[in-house]
Design a binder for this molecule. Sequence first.
Ligand code: UDP
Length: 320
Amino acid sequence: MYWDFGRAVVTGGAGFLGSHLCEELIARGTSVVCLDNLSTSSARNLAALRSERDFEFVEHDIARHGYQADGIDLVVHMASPASPADYLRMPLQTLRVGSNGTLNALELAERNGARFLLVSTSEVYGDPLRHPQDESYWGNVNPVGPRAVYDEAKRYAEALTSAFGAHRDVGTRIARVFNSFGPRMRPGDGRVVSTFVCQALRGEAITVNGDGSQTRSLCYVDDTVRGLLAVASGRLATPVNIGRPGEIPVLGLAELVRSLVGSHSPIHHTDAAVDEPRRRCPDISLANAELGWRPEVGVVEGLRRTISWFAAEGGVSAAG
Ligand code: UDP
């Protein structure tokens, strides 16, 4: 892959996905300015980057303030609360960073003549009526449901990004990220993998929402990051799905995590979540054909790595 980005700004770079992305940029020889307001992330995620000469962290809220910098070749906009638990408790911030934050990040790219990558989401498909979801599907979103603050913010962000691409001479890219997991997920973020792994390690009940027949498709973080950078450096200006095909029911995931941890946690069914997608699975033909990208790490291997990280560093003591 041809890579010629000398200097990048990454909004949301201290988050789970963002910190892995910053590390990969540095590894490719790109210097990085990481902007983050630390609302759902942690400077701890940047521990390995602090000593890098080409890495700079700036505590900054891109939703409220534009950012001035020169010599930027790439802007990656990923700042947002991203787990349902986070965006449901921060609804207005989520809408603001998807709207004002995206505008500020696009204007930074425009002033610098930089490439712009919007890190969007499979949530733009809502509770999809088409399976698997390819990029031509417009989605099935309730605009006033609880998840709308994230779904509609990202849909607006895609519209704004596309308009800058069409009318303002910015080289724009859009990646739609499906469920991603790995080390540095926040133990309390409420997401399914982090929650189940922590519960299994502690020997606590694993909380399956509803009957657990709803599905997700899980992609290991290293694959997601490679996919994002393939979209950034590739030629496709239209949205590109980045995810790992292969649906797993949430109940099956609970059983898998439990057995990989070697835990005796019981499975406890709670109320089903409101308005949540029943099925989700990416069609990644476009990324594969046009960018040569496909995930390489299987779910079991990814979960093993994630469990090891949570057991060693994630602040979770192992089940006895
Ligand atoms: N989920 C669950 N128990 C939990 C957390 C999540 O059963 O403790 C379910 C959730 O209802 C959804 C799936 O796991 O069906 C994925 O949830 P997550 O919050 O990770 O993200 P989503 O894919 O819904 O954005």
